[in-house]
Ligand binder design. Structure first.
Ligand SMILES: *Cc1c(COP(=O)(O)O)cnc(C)c1O
Length: 429
């Protein structure tokens, strides 16, 4: 199709010719990047398909259960599929795990005991984990149960402080928590290779120490996952990458049999463990979403790279840069200006398939310390594998943008953010 035809459709959708041309130029030069992403999606797709075939997923598996959920073959098979894809002994994948924070809290609380210490060798964890750990005092935190916490800051250039980590590991250190994605920080996200090296290091200092990786937003962005390289647990949310945009709820923990049994005993009850927990009517979307996850993640990655290319061209600092390698689907853009951050989020909202007519405003979201603005017109409430943006209202006023279950949608959405900034006279193209 000729470029003028494409352009005419964008103009019909409220994009100015100069905004379209500016963004189209940013897209030139991303062709090779996109081919590489498609290649990775192909390999990850085959990995997932193989797990479905090897575990003999049947039509019956999609049906779900009620009540206690005893002998729920669909639930048990889905967990086997997750364990196959992530190459772990066992998995817990449940709608009763309400979100990513819950999955992480569950993994921590079920595998730590009073007197144990948790260590983060990668600096501050994700905002919501501050209350789980008790860095900010909170009802029911690990701190309330006498579980202590230490963290070692990253060195300049986001390098691991190996000497500091060695010094921080002591006889009480029971678990190491490693967050792959940057979350609401402007550090880089870690590659699987970097995480592998860190895991090898901490296990050499203290053999037997447990390692948990927070893999939120990281799944399927590379060919391998941290769970393949010595992590005892890897944890994530089903309304992010592995849910493929279809799972309506849920979290997962994959890992060693021992860690998963502990988590199951805490999620349901000692004695019941994995054997109870009805899957109701969500299994079909959990299976189908996981099946779609590799290509959905690829769409989101293309969107993130395009956003970086556009905003670099406009002169903003982006993390990561358009040409840098990617280890999650998050793109941060530093606006250094609250109005620009808000305008960006409004542009995302207005380009959404649901609630495009509403205006996002900053609010005090539970679990977060600062006011946060969130833009999401998603089919699943708060699903950040769907095209969405958010950012805490604090310097450097960075927008964290992620998701997009189809690449054409994210492409339009990003162009629309530039249009929104232009309408407010906040950028010139
Ligand atoms: C999203 C996220 C979480 C928490 O997940 P929720 O589903 O929002 O509770 C934890 N860690 C990281 C790195 C995340 O991106």
């Amino acid at each position: 199709m000729n470029n003028e035809v494409t352009k005419a459709i964008y103009l019909e959708n409220g994009i100015d010719p100069d905004v379209y041309d500016f963004c189209a130029k940013a897209l030139d030069g991303l062709k090779e990047r996109f081919e590489e992403i498609d290649k990775r999606a192909e390999l990850n797709q085959l990995k997932v398909l193989k797990a479905f075939r090897d575990n003999r997923v049947s039509y019956e598996c999609l049906q779900g259960s009620t009540g206690y959920g005893h002998d729920d073959i669909g639930r048990d098979t889905l967990e086997a599929v997750y364990a196959s894809v992530f190459k772990t002994e066992d998995a817990l994948v449940r709608p009763q795990i309400t979100c990513g924070t819950h999955a992480l809290a569950l993994a921590l609380m079920s595998n730590l005991r009073p007197g144990d210490e948790l260590l983060s060798p990668v600096g501050k964890p994700y905002d919501t984990l501050e209350e789980v750990i008790g860095i900010r005092p909170s009802r029911g935190s690990l701190a309330e149960y006498g579980i202590t916490y230490r963290q070692v800051e990253l060195l300049s250039g986001d390098r691991f402080d190996y000497d500091g980590i060695r010094a921080a590991i002591n006889e009480r250190t029971k678990m190491i928590t490693i967050q792959r994605s940057k979350g609401y920080q402007t550090r880089k996200s870690f590659s699987v290779d970097e995480i592998r090296e860190l895991i090898e290091f901490v296990k050499s200092v203290k053999p037997g120490v447990l390692v948990m990786v927070d893999d939120c937003y990281g799944e399927f962005t590379e060919l391998h996952e941290p769970s393949e390289y010595g992590a005892d647990m890897m944890v994530g949310s089903l309304i992010k990458n592995p849910g493929g945009g279809l799972a309506p709820i849920g979290g997962y923990i994959v890992g060693t049999h021992e860690c998963i049994e502990n988590a199951a005993a805490r999620l349901t009850s000692p004695g019941c463990g994995k054997d109870v927990g009805a899957s109701l009517d969500v299994l079909r979307s959990m299976y189908q979403g996981f099946f779609l996850a590799p290509t959905v993640t690829a769409s989101a990655m293309k969107g993130a790279i395009f956003a970086a290319a556009v905003y670099e061209k406009l002169g903003y600092e982006t993390i990561p840069k358009a040409e840098e390698s990617r280890h999650d689907i998050i793109q941060a853009i530093r606006f250094n200006d609250a109005d620009k951050l808000i305008a960006f989020c409004k542009g995302v909202q207005a380009a959404s398939p649901v609630d495009s007519h509403v205006t996002p405003e900053p609010w005090a979201m539970p679990g977060y310390n600062d006011e946060v603005i969130m833009a999401a017109g998603a089919f699943i409430q708060g699903a950040s594998i769907e095209f969405s943006a958010d950012g805490p209202l604090r310097p450097p006023y960075a927008a964290y943008f992620q998701g997009g279950i189809t690449w054409p949608h994210v492409k339009f959405g990003i162009i629309n953010t530039v249009q929104e900034l232009k309408n407010k006279n906040l950028v010139t193209v």
